[in-house]
Each structure stands twice: as C-alpha cells, then as structure tokens.
Design a protein around this ligand. Structure first.
Ligand code: F6R
Length: 248
C-alpha cells in the first residue's frame, strides 16, 4: 500500500486539499462534475479549512462538486450539534459555493422501516453520477473506515450498523458521556468505498499509530476493516510522522 508520511498534519492536509482542488479544476475544464466522498471527525478538519481558504483566496469554485458523506449517527436530528450534517455545514459547506442539492449526507431522522430502501437509493445516486472520483477517509481505533466496524464484509453497501464500544467511547466527549452516544449509525459500506476511483486515508497523532500499523502491515481480515484497503490499487495512506511511527 502506498504510504506518504508528512512532517506534520498541516502540511499533509494542505497536500490533500491541493489534490481535491486539482480534481475539481480538472473536471471544470471538461465541464464535468467532481463526485467526492467525504468524512467527518477531527482528521479532515484542516483539509476542509484549506479548501475554504482556496475558495476565498484563490477563487476555487465548488459549483461543479457533488458530495456524499460516509456516515451519520442513527437516530440523529440534522439540527443537533453532534450531527454530521451540522459538522459538515459548520466546517465546509457554509463557507463555499456548493449547490445545496449537491450535498448528500445519510439521513438520521428516517423511521427504521424506511432505512433499507433509503440506503439502496443512496448507493444508486452515487452510481448514477458515475461513481465517486475521490473518497476521503479517517480511521477509527477499531480499524473502522466510515462506520464499518470489525466484522464488516468487504462487499458491504450502505446500511445501518451497530457502533463498537471503543468507537462510542471515543465519541463520548462530543456527547457529554458514552451513554449519550447513539448505538447505531448509517454508513456507506466497504464495497461502496472500494468503488471510488481514488481513496485517501488520513491519520494523524500517535494515538492512531497502532491501528495504522495493523491497517498497513497486518493480515487482511474483517477484524480490522481498514486492512481491506490493501487490496485496492487506488488507495494511498497519508500520515503524519506520529501516526506512521510504528510502521517498519
Ligand atoms: C467519520 C468516519 C470515521 C472517522 C474515524 C476517525 O465520518 O467515517 O471513520 O473517520 O472515526 O475519527 P477522527 O478523525 O475523529 O479520529
């Protein structure tokens, strides 16, 4: 698996933002849409900040951009502070010229019996747009990508999943206690992510070093879903020195 290690998170994030920007501009010259798969969490924050800067200071337009977010807690009101809808608007969408209709984030408000059909439609929308050009990923300490926790199948699609205890513990600060973190989420599947033409997994911080070692060098197994990325020809791990510190 190709791994690029940067001195720090800032430099790495700028490099990833540049790649996103050049994809968007390349598509613009061809009169095409750029279809992006996006992640939430602390990892992509500086990438989004840099994209906002490129919009403000270097006239990068997002008018030809369509986005699909990886996941959302379930149940979750879009208006809640912890929702990924709120996260994406506060950190990116409110500050750029993307068309509101081009934003897709799994809907955490639907009744349970409507979820299956909704997830099928989410997949179909991605396909109808020609698939994801670029998928951005973080990684959880369980080895999850999106919210595909250990046990997820490599061909899984968008679906309702149960969150791991460690994942809920890691989210407890945002919710004021683990007991307030939803037990479920809607996530794109490993199969959905895999179909992207380009995948960039980012990780910063020594806290991620053990799971990065497993993801990059460990045996491919559903116990660490990120190991499935070893099977892709289109993936790159973008790390800071600390996240890469346990790689041999
Ligand atoms: C978020 C997502 C998750 C996070 C992962 C890491 O949309 O899909 O897989 O990328 O939990 O979270 P952070 O970046 O907060 O360490």
């Amino acid at each position: 698996v190709p791994v690029t290690v940067y001195e720090n998170q800032q430099i790495a994030s700028k490099a990833v933002a540049q790649r996103i920007a050049s994809l968007i501009r390349q598509k613009q010259t061809k009169g095409e849409l750029a279809v992006l798969g996006l992640a939430t969490g602390v990892t992509p924050l500086r990438v989004y900040a840099e994209l906002v800067r490129l919009h403000r200071e270097e006239a990068l337009s997002f008018k030809n951009v369509v986005t699909f977010n990886l996941d959302e807690y379930y149940p979750m009101l879009a208006t809640a502070q912890q929702s990924y809808v709120t996260f994406m608007h506060e950190n990116l969408f409110n500050h750029i010229d993307i068309a509101r209709n081009n934003i897709h984030i799994p809907d955490g408000t639907l009744p349970l019996e409507e979820l299956h059909a909704y997830c099928m439609v989410y997949e179909r929308k991605i396909e109808q747009l020609g698939g994801l050009d670029l998928q951005i990923l973080g990684i959880g300490r369980t080895g999850h990508i999106g919210f595909n926790e250990p046990g997820s199948a490599p061909n899984s699609g968008t679906r309702l999943v149960t969150l791991n205890d460690l994942t809920r513990r890691d989210a407890s600060r945002d919710f004021g206690g683990k007991e307030n973190v939803p037990t479920k989420a809607i996530t794109m599947g490993i199969g959905t992510i895999f179909k992207a033409r380009e995948i960039i997994l980012m990780a910063w911080n020594g806290k991620k070093a053990p799971i990065i070692k497993k993801a990059v060098e460990g045996e491919i197994s559903s116990e660490v879903p990120a190991t499935y990325l070893q099977l892709s020809d289109n993936v790159e791990f973008v790390l800071d020195k600390d996240a890469a510190s346990e790689l041999t």
